[in-house]
Design a protein around this ligand. Sequence first.
Ligand SMILES: NC(=O)c1ccc[n+]([C@@H]2O[C@H](COP(=O)([O-])OP(=O)(O)OC[C@H]3O[C@@H](n4cnc5c(N)ncnc54)[C@H](OP(=O)(O)O)[C@@H]3O)[C@@H](O)[C@H]2O)c1
Length: 276
Amino acid sequence: MREIVTSITMRTRRPIPTIGLGVYKSEPGPVTKEAVLAALRAGYRHIDTASIYNNEADVGDAIAASGLDRSEVFVTTKLWNDDHGYDNALTAFDRSLEALGLDYVDLYLIHWPVPNLRLDTWRALERLTLDGRIRDIGVSNYMAKHLEEILEHAAVVPAVNQIEMSPYIYRSRLETINLCREQNIVIEAYSPLTKGRKLDDPVLAAVGDQYGKTPAQVLIRWAVDKGFVVLPKSITPQRIVENHDVFDFQLSDADVARLDDLDEGLATGWDPSEVE
Ligand SMILES: NC(=O)c1ccc[n+]([C@@H]2O[C@H](COP(=O)([O-])OP(=O)(O)OC[C@H]3O[C@@H](n4cnc5c(N)ncnc54)[C@H](OP(=O)(O)O)[C@@H]3O)[C@@H](O)[C@H]2O)c1
């Protein structure tokens, strides 16, 4: 049995919990607050929000209501596309921190590689790490070409790249994955459940049956076994528990290979590979 992995060490030597609750399309207000509280009760210690999700305040409320110490919960938020550019980015971060009601965020990401402006934005994020209100900075939806640009020009290498990731797109993203691995950039798998689209794939059921696990748990465990941080979203208490219950089994190498074979280049959201 390989070691149970519940956190990954980033290049900055800080740990990032392996499973985070995603709150994209989690309705602002009590729905998000209750989902985050349910996750924290189930053992999650990592929440992934974004300014565009319009629920940062509910994430902050839930953390405050949970009784957990702030230091026990890893919080990520993201800078939206309208907020690129050096000065805009500084202001956008202030707004997010205020909405969250926190003194700092653990991870702040550029949500999308907006052309022309993204390097200026990154300089602002680098500056924001200096005053202690951000622990780590990273990017999202950066493909290999966007990463090469930032590696060439930036002072700080992103700690994380959050990209769409499931067996249905894994092989199509290998160039980006390999570059992240070379540079010790943690990959965060978003839409790991394919937004629910592939959960009825008989291959997932067949693999899961061998371990007494559901298709969702198979997809989450696949991401864990690949060494990714994984960000399943649910507002349903029983699914929130289910999605975290993946540390008592491990996929065989043969099952990982079988899942890798499912690649069909499936991007359930915007595909960043065309962005200049
Ligand atoms: N950086 C980016 O550009 C980006 C883009 C997309 C997503 N993300 C992040 O990644 C997170 C996850 O991605 P996602 O929200 O696109 O989709 P996802 O996690 O792949 O799928 C979520 C869907 O699956 C359902 N679900 C969850 N657990 C289930 C289970 N055990 N059994 C059956 N159905 C289940 C959820 O329903 P219920 O909620 O109704 O239970 C919801 O409809 C986001 O919330 C966000 O934090 C980031």
